[in-house]
Structure formats: C-alpha cells, structure tokens
Design a protein around this ligand. Structure first.
Ligand SMILES: *Cc1c(COP(=O)(O)O)cnc(C)c1O
Length: 391
C-alpha cells in the first residue's frame, strides 16, 4: 500500500517536472548587508521581503536575546491557555496604535491571520468579492469559510461594482484585497473600493502585508496612504518589520470576536515573547526613522527608471516590488540563473503564482542596498536582458 502511494506521488512529481514547474530549495546564509550567500555563493540579495533591512538589525537581535534569556525560547501554549505574556499584549497595543486602530490581535503568521479572519467573519449565506491577484492565504481563507466567493478582475472597479450590484441578496458582503500586491507591486485603489463598499453596504478587508512599513506616513499602510478607514486590516511582521508573526487591526468588537472565533488564533501555540519584543523594537525604529523609507524610495525610483529605460516590462508602482516580466517560464528560469551568474539573486516566479505567459523576475529593493549594489543589479539586468533578447 505504502509503495503504491509512493509511485503515485513520484508520478505526480514527474508531471510537475515535465511542466517545468518543479520547485527546489536554495540555502541562504548571511553575508554583509544587502548580500547573502546562496548555496555558498555570494550574491546581491534582490528578492528579499526584508525591505527595510530590519531582519538583521542588531537592535532587534539584542532585544530578542534579552527577552529570550528571561522567558526561554518557547511560549508553551496558545494565547488562551499558557502562552500569553505581557509582550504579546504590549505588541498588540503597539501595532494598534501604529495603525491608528482601536485594537489588534496577533497570529502566528500573516497566512494564518488571513485564514482566521476570513473564515470566521464570512459564513453561509455571505459572499466574498476577491481581487483576482490576491495572495494565496486570502484564497485559502475564502475556501475555508462557507461563503460564496466571487473573483473580480485585478484592480477592476467596474467589475467589482457589477458584482456588488448582482449580489444584493446575500446576507453580508465582504470585499477583500491586498493593499500592495505581492507579485505585481501595484496598489489597490482603496478610495474607490471604500466608496463602492459604502454605496453597496459591504465590509472591506485589506491585506497590508507589503504595505506596512512602506506606504503612508511612517509606513502606517495602505489606508493611511489613501486616508480612508477600512473594517479590517490584516498584516504580517515578516516583511518590512523584519520579524515573524501576523496581525489583525480594527475595532474592539472585531478583535473580541476574533479572539473567540478565529481558529488559527485559538488552536495554535503563541509566538515566543522574544519575537514580540523584537517586533515592538522594529515598529519603534520604523516610526522614528523616516530616512529609511526615503532612502528606499530613492533606490526604488532609480532602479525602476533604469530598467524602464533599458526597455524592460517593469510592472507595479512605487513600492519595493519591481516585477520584471519575461513571459515564458523556461526563459524566465534561465534569465534568473544568468542573473545569479552575474552576482544577483532574484528568482523566477512562475505559474501558478502568476498567470500563464507572465513569468517574471520578482525583484525587490532593500534599504540596506547601497547605490553601488543597485548599479550592479541594473548592469546585470542589462547584460542578461541583451543576451536573452528581452530588450
Ligand atoms: C507574505 C504574505 C502573507 C503571509 O504572511 P506570512 O507572515 O509570511 O505568513 C499574506 N499576505 C500577503 C499579501 C503576503 O505577501
């Protein structure tokens, strides 16, 4: 029986390989700022989500070590049993304050925060209107809820309106969108979404994973950037903030409800207190260091202009995510490999993460990159782009 299972799985893996969609792990180890060793070879790291460079900030490490020495490494239980500490509570207060919201709840990851929020808010008789390019964790949250899900075209407000008009018979309606889209680097038109939600009486859920620390005053996120308020903000500490964990902010009632209903909150062991303390430190740093964002924005603008001038199909807006669309997935894989041969690490993103024929290099810029790093990245793109006749 076991052997049969193995054969079946091996065949599935072969199919994945035939489709050239086989995924492999790379081993990353630290080097100097902005660089990493990838399988032992040093490269400029041009695909990390560590946009502000805080993941390797000594101040965060020192704080984590200090609290770890006091509390140990594990949290020992879920928040509702033995895992809750003053550090979890402090961070919830801190992130709510940072986001200008009444209250917050921490989850073990952004992935679980989305699953917890969507599956507990939306239920039978409800409908979720979800952007076509929303993150996988949103999609999984929709699947786990018992609500109907309807996908609207990426950023397509006419389509969203159409779907709102035709869904008035549902009990509750939720519009859910990424703030900044993870594979496209573009920004959801939150003002328009909010206006539609008000007209058609729907709730708005925004996944601010890539916007937190980047958009809005001091990196407060997408709603601050557009100066609108939404019903629910989901986020992660694992991108700009540089640590681990997910969060939800919103009204006190929302947070109280989630604490009682969101299964990934209730049934999962809490994150360690040391991680909470490091995260508070990171938010303090982000709030008091606008120069980090300024420097990053300067590097982003420079890179985008250079690559567009070379003739690349660069998607997205003024966010640290610069998707360079190559098209064919095999060609994109080779492009990425050749970038690596030129000292730049930026993996290819292929279907199903992106649509067929839109394979891309998802390049990201970090505040720890120097101008020289950026120039080197651009030079590598130019060289490889010419070689593969992409430009
Ligand atoms: C990364 C990401 C998540 C998941 O966050 P984790 O903390 O890594 O689990 C959720 N949504 C979006 C849009 C993301 O990019």
């Amino acid at each position: 029986m076991l052997r049969q299972t193995h054969e079946w799985l091996a065949q599935e893996v072969d199919t994945i390989k035939d489709q050239r969609l086989y995924r492999q792990l790379r081993t990353i180890s630290p080097s100097t700022l902005g660089r990493s060793y990838v399988d032992g070879m040093e490269s400029i790291m041009a695909s990390s989500n560590n946009y502000l460079g805080l993941a390797e900030d000594q101040r965060l490490t020192d704080e984590a070590v200090k609290i770890m020495k006091e509390y140990g490494v594990g949290s020992t239980g879920s928040r509702l049993t033995t895992g809750n500490t003053i550090w979890h509570e402090k961070l919830e207060k801190r992130i709510a304050e940072f986001k200008n919201e009444e209250a917050a709840l921490i989850f073990s990851s952004g992935y679980l925060a989305n699953i917890g929020v969507i599956s507990s808010l939306a239920g039978e008789g409800d409908i979720i209107l979800s952007d076509q390019f929303n993150h996988a964790s949103i999609i999984d949250g929709c699947r786990l809820s018992r609500a109907e899900t309807s996908i609207y075209g990426h950023l397509n407000m006419e389509d969203l309106q159409e779907k709102l008009i035709h869904s008035q018979h549902y009990k509750r309606r939720f519009i859910v969108t990424d703030g900044v889209f993870s594979m496209d680097g573009d920004i959801a038109p939150l003002r328009e979404i909010k206006a539609l939600a008000e007209t058609y009486n729907a709730f708005v859920i925004v996944d601010d994973a890539h916007a937190t620390g980047i958009l809005g005053e001091n990196g407060r996120g997408t709603s601050d950037h557009f100066d609108v308020s939404v019903d629910v903000i989901v986020g992660t500490f694992s991108k700009s903030i540089g640590t681990e964990g997910g969060f939800v902010t919103g009204s006190r009632a929302l947070i109280e409800y989630l604490r009682n209903r969101a299964r990934p909150f209730i049934f999962q062991t809490a994150l360690p207190p040391s991680m909470m303390a490091a995260t508070i430190k990171a938010i303090d740093i982000i709030e008091t260091s606008p120069q980090l964002q300024d420097h990053l924005q300067h590097l982003i603008d420079y890179t985008r202009t250079e690559l567009l001038n070379f003739g690349f199909d660069v998607r997205g807006e003024r966010t640290p995510i610069l998707p360079v669309v190559i098209g064919d997935s095999k060609k994109t894989m080779n492009f990425s490999k050749e970038l690596e041969n030129n000292g730049v690490f930026a993996p290819a993103i292929r279907p199903p993460s992106v649509p067929q024929g839109e394979s891309r290099i998802r390049m990201t810029i970090m505040a720890t990159h120097t101008k020289e790093d950026i120039q080197e990245i651009c030079k590598a793109f130019y060289k490889v782009g010419k070689k593969f006749e992409v430009i």
